[in-house]
Design a protein around this ligand. Structure first.
Ligand SMILES: Nc1ncnc2c1ncn2[C@@H]1O[C@H](COP(=O)(O)OP(=O)(O)O)[C@@H](O)[C@H]1O
Ligand SMILES: [Mg+2]
Length: 253
């Protein structure tokens, strides 16, 4: 299968700290790929570079055949590469549904006069957005909370809202930063099932995760990052069997 995302030799330093050191990886269309590695390995920095929140010092990022390493984050999002955050970014003073609708705002923002005139086309788009938002909220078990302030949700519900909101933009590929962090085991299983359903519907996913059992269950392919370098990659079984990985990171799992 063709690759939808390719990272080639990306390096990034912050002052004297080499966060990424010639990092390369590839994600095939429809695959679920995981990145694991100890704290400070460079995982979040890699996500920031892929999603345009940081620029690499050297190296290239190709998404859907296009160079994106110098694009702004909103341009990359518009191309269908959507990122979620380690700490959910829900806007607490807006309702759950408003948070969902905000994810599509930029589509109207381009044509502000249409918004002012509330043309039939804009109205139709808004109605379609509401319909989509409610369908997604239902999929994530949040529909009954649509009129609650996002700030009133539990940590786990915020995590689900973050995922639901990412899907509003109808991404071609999702970047998930620690989707299981800070959620209880029951919710973690639910998120695992939801991500599997997304995969079954053809979504491509790259996920950073600390939770080894989860990432082993979820991923087709895993990259192990240590000190800004990929030190191993392969299927979950191959990674588990790799002695270097077990020593450096897994601690005998
Ligand atoms: N904006 C920044 N300024 C300075 N140092 C940073 C910055 N972002 C990350 N780093 C450093 O880069 C290294 C990699 O960090 P990070 O990508 O957050 O790792 P991970 O997500 O794997 O825990 C760490 O040493 C971190 O302190
Ligand atoms: Mg991180």
């Amino acid at each position: 299968m063709e690759s939808i995302l390719a990272v080639h030799g990306v390096s990034k330093s912050f002052g004297g700290i080499r966060a990424l050191d010639g990092c390369s990886l590839m994600v095939k269309k429809g695959a679920v790929v995981g990145i694991i590695g100890p704290n400070g390995a460079g995982k979040t920095t890699l996500f920031k570079i892929i999603s345009g929140f940081e620029k690499p010092d050297t190296g290239r990022v190709i998404f859907n055949g296009e160079k994106i390493e110098n694009m702004a984050s909103f341009e990359i999002a518009r191309k269908g590469l959507i990122r979620t955050f380690q700490i959910p970014k829900a806007l607490t003073k807006l309702t759950v549904e408003e948070n969902m609708l905000l994810a599509t705002q930029f589509q109207y923002g381009e044509r502000i006069w249409d918004v002012l005139l509330r043309s039939a086309e804009v109205k139709r788009q808004e109605e379609a957005s509401i319909k989509k938002a409610r369908a997604l909220l239902e999929f994530f078990g949040l529909l009954h909370l649509k009129d609650e302030y996002a700030g009133a949700l539990s940590g786990g519900q915020k995590k689900l809202l973050e995922l639901a909101r990412a899907l509003m933009a109808e991404p071609k590929m999702l970047l998930l930063d620690e989707p299981f962090a800070g959620v209880n085991p029951t919710l973690a299983m639910r998120i695992l099932e939801l991500i599997k359903e997304l995969r079954n519907s053809g979504m491509t996913i790259l996920a950073i995760e600390h939770d080894m059992p989860m990432i082993m269950q979820l991923c087709d392919h895993i990259y192990v990052l240590n000190k800004g370098k990929v030190i191993a990659s392969g299927t979950p079984e191959e990674v588990r069997a790799n002695e270097q990985v077990v020593d450096a990171y897994l601690g005998g799992v």
